[in-house]
Design a protein around this ligand. Structure first.
Ligand SMILES: NC(=O)c1ccc[n+]([C@@H]2O[C@H](COP(=O)([O-])OP(=O)(O)OC[C@H]3O[C@@H](n4cnc5c(N)ncnc54)[C@H](OP(=O)(O)O)[C@@H]3O)[C@@H](O)[C@H]2O)c1
Length: 203
C-alpha cells in the first residue's frame, strides 16, 4: 500500500521503516523535508505526503496533531484510513483531552476520514517487534469503520502482530480508554526500567 507516515521521530521512523521492510511504499511527511538526507525513504511536506497516500499514519505529538492535520484539511484526506498512534499530553504531562480522546476529536474534525486508533499503548521498540517479548501480548484497535480496522489489522500483521493478539475495542470513542492507559504504561516502564514490555488480554 502507499502509506504516509507523519512525523519522523522515534515512532515515525520505527513504523515507517517497519512498513517499508514489509513491502509497502512509505513516504515520511515532515514539517521540514530539507536536511533529511540520511533517510532511505522519500520525505515530503505533510500535505503532499497525505495527498499521495492510501493510508496515513499519524506519529506527530498528540498536542500538535489537531492543529497540523486541521491545516492539511479534509480535501487532502478524502476518505482515507488515518491510523492514529499519538498520545496527547500537555507540557506538564497531563492529559490534553481528559475524559475524551485525540482519536475521537480527529474523527469529529475529519468526518469523512476513517480514523483507527492503535499502537498508542505500545512502546516504540515493541511496535514492530512484538515477537521479541517472551510471551504474546495485545494491541488494541478503536475505530468506527470495519474495513479501515481490517486494513489496519493487516498492516499490524505485517509488523508482526498476530490476528489473535489484536483486540478490537469498538468504535473510536473507545480510544479514550487506550489514551488514558498512558500513565499506567509510563509507570510500568519506570518500575521495570525497561522499554520492552506490554500487557496481554487473557480471556
Ligand atoms: N515513544 C513511544 O514509545 C510512543 C509510544 C506510543 C505512542 N507514542 C506517541 O507517538 C507520537 C510520537 O512519539 P515519538 O516518541 O516518536 O516523538 P518524537 O521522537 O518527538 O517525534 C515527533 C515527530 O513529530 C514532529 N513534530 C513535532 N511537532 C511538529 C509540528 N508542529 N508539526 C509537524 N511535525 C512536528 C517532529 O518533527 P521534527 O523532526 O521536525 O522535530 C518529530 O519528527 C507521540 O504522539 C507519542 O505520544 C509514542
Amino acid at each position: 500500500m502507499k502509506i504516509a507516515v507523519l512525523g519522523a521521530g522515534n515512532v515515525g521512523t520505527v513504523l515507517g521503516y517497519g512498513l517499508l521492510d514489509a513491502g509497502h511504499g512509505v513516504v515520511f511527511g515532515v514539517r521540514d523535508p530539507q536536511g533529511r538526507e540520511g533517510f532511505t525513504a522519500p520525505v515530503a511536506e505533510i500535505a503532499e505526503a497525505v495527498s499521495g497516500a492510501e493510508v496515513v499514519v499519524n506519529t506527530l505529538p498528540g498536542a500538535q496533531t489537531l492543529g497540523v492535520l486541521g491545516q492539511v484539511g479534509p480535501a487532502a484526506f478524502g476518505g482515507k484510513v488515518l491510523i492514529d498512534v499519538a498520545n496527547a499530553v500537555t507540557p506538564a504531562f497531563e492529559l490534553l483531552y481528559p475524559n475524551d480522546s485525540l482519536g475521537a476529536r480527529l474523527q469529529a474534525m475529519l468526518p469523512d476520514v476513517k480514523v483507527v486508533k492503535t499502537l498508542n499503548t505500545i512502546p516504540a521498540e515493541i511496535m514492530t517487534n512484538p515477537g521479541t517479548l517472551p510471551e504474546r501480548s495485545s494491541v488494541f484497535l478503536s475505530g468506527n469503520d470495519r474495513g479501515a480496522k481490517q486494513t489496519t489489522g493487516h498492516l499490524l500483521g505485517d509488523l508482526g502482530w498476530r490476528h489473535e493478539d489484536q483486540v478490537d475495542l469498538g468504535g473510536i470513542e473507545t480510544a479514550r480508554a487506550t489514551e488514558h492507559y498512558l500513565y499506567l504504561s509510563v509507570a510500568i516502564g519506570q518500575s521495570t526500567r525497561s522499554a520492552q514490555y506490554n500487557v496481554s488480554v487473557i480471556r
